[in-house]
Design a protein around this ligand. Structure first.
Ligand code: URA
Length: 212
């Protein structure tokens, strides 16, 4: 798995305010949206394109456009929804599929509770959105699911990642022959005993949408 830590002062600035415990939900949502737009630039560096013949006001030329099949953006419910607009803003032809996953707070294992995805993902590039790569269970399960349906190139976009989560993901995806890239705004220190990223930003879903 290729890991890209998007190292940029604007990203670090926004991330710092996102982490701050006094940042309220509307500001958190706006910052998450802006951060994802910056991450999307990095995450789509290898999006597939095809030549496109056009005529400018003065001459014909060949440019490029995003090719088909269209890329698929998959936010993992619920916290991944806070990343959707920021991603599709930069990827206008993308379609969107949804995966609902939550983690069992005792075992920390991921459980699927909703799935709205095309059956056949053959030849499609997929962008999985999940703000927090903590234990790696949710992302690993999502990526395996997309590959089983035919996706042939996967990029996971996260706001924060724990070293333990990256290692777990690398282990669990080692046997896949599909390229997987992780793009994240930062790799934090560690996970605590409750599976929270330290220093992290708390529960991303709660901070985006309120406590459930
Ligand atoms: N999920 C979150 O929302 N926050 C964490 O720190 C870990 C997992």
């Amino acid at each position: 798995m290729r890991v890209i830590v998007a190292d940029h002062p604007l990203i670090a600035h926004k991330l710092t305010y996102l982490r701050h415990k006094d940042t309220d939900s509307p500001t958190f949502r706006r910052l998450a949206d802006e951060l994802v737009t910056l991450l999307a630039y990095e995450a789509t560096r290898e999006v597939r394109v095809e030549p496109f013949d056009i005529v400018t006001p003065v001459a014909p030329t060949t440019g490029i456009r995003l090719s088909t099949p269209k890329p698929l953006v998959v936010p993992i419910l619920r916290a991944g929804l806070g990343m959707l607009e920021g991603m599709v803003r930069l990827l206008p032809t993308a379609e969107v599929g949804f995966l609902g996953m939550l983690r069992n707070e005792e075992t920390l294992e991921a459980v699927t509770y909703a799935n709205r995805l095309p059956d056949d993902l053959s030849g499609r590039q997929c962008y999985v959105l999940d703000p927090m790569l903590a234990t790696g269970g949710t992302l690993a399960m999502s990526i395996q699911y997309l590959v089983e349906r035919g996706a042939d190139d996967i990029t996971a976009v996260t706001l924060l990642a724990a070293p333990e989560g990256i290692a777990a993901l690398e282990g669990q995806l080692a046997s896949l022959d599909v390229p997987v890239t992780l793009v994240t705004a930062a790799v934090d220190e560690r996970l605590n005993e409750d599976g929270y990223i330290i220093p992290g930003l708390g529960d991303a879903g709660d901070r985006l949408y309120g406590v459930v």
